[in-house]
Design a protein around this ligand. Structure first.
Ligand code: CA
Length: 242
């Protein structure tokens, strides 16, 4: 299992990146700043590093040079600056590739697999196969789920409520199918962003917008929920109405 060190100071982005990579079978370690990254690299070898350039303690370029001083590990740099001279600097400082923020989980996995292939490390067997595939339960059997009068069939991509087929958008369907797959469990918005959207940089509000249109199609309101219960500060769960 290849190991990846994620260096990112923003805790929610760091968590999303960790989840995207872990789900693909990478062993993930993380650091919140440049010195933390150097400590991690000296403590135990990693197969690749995803390095945010905007770190609180060290300029990302300096962090990269310091890592290069002690290790030839492949480094994929994440930069908010889409500036050609900056990117040339990063590559000259020893980065193997770069991603411009915001980037999707799919882009990250594709670039990382490519870097690992080029440098002789192999990506995990599962990496690459599910990039861009929307339902997070890829690989698991696509069994229909029945919750109350709601029937979600991931294979046929259909939803019936009391026998009536609902017309959902692709994203609404993926969201409902994920919640149905985890019926009765509270799922955090962050997890929905990671597993349904696969976009670490999508705002939580995006989830709210889709949840509210899903609620409308299910014939309920956030103030009087039946199937989609919000657990304040934690997340959302799909339940059978009482
Ligand atoms: Ca940052």
């Amino acid at each position: 299992m290849p190991s990846v060190l994620v260096v990112e100071d923003d805790p929610s982005i760091r968590q999303s990146l960790i989840e995207v990579l872990a789900e693909q079978g990478y062993a993930v370690r993380s650091a919140a700043d440049g010195f933390g990254a150097l400590r991690e690299v000296t403590q135990a070898p990693v197969d690749a590093i995803v390095l945010d350039l905007g770190l609180p303690d060290l300029d990302g370029g300096d962090a990269l040079r310091m890592i290069r001083g002690i290790s030839s590990v492949p480094v994929l740099v994440a930069t908010a600056r889409d500036d050609e001279s900056e990117i040339i600097n990063i590559l000259n400082a020893g980065a193997d590739d770069y991603l411009v923020k915001p980037f999707s989980g799919g882009q990250l996995l594709a670039r990382l697999s490519a870097v690992l292939r080029r440098t002789g490390g192999a990506p995990p067997a599962s990496a690459g196969g599910t990039i861009g595939a929307a339902p997070a339960q890829a690989g698991e059997p696509l069994r229909p789920t029945v919750v109350g009068a709601l029937a979600v069939d991931p294979g046929a991509r259909t939803v019936h409520l009391a026998g009536q087929e609902l017309r959902l958008t692709r994203r609404e369907f993926d969201l409902l199918a994920f919640l149905a797959h985890h019926a009765g469990q509270v799922v955090s918005k962050r997890r929905l962003l990671t597993e349904v959207w696969r976009e670490p940089y999508v705002d939580d509000q995006t989830v709210d917008v889709h949840l509210s249109s899903l609620r409308r199609k299910l014939g309920e309101r956030a103030s009087a929920p039946r199937y989609l219960l919000t657990v304040r500060g934690v997340g959302i769960k799909l339940v059978a109405p009482r």
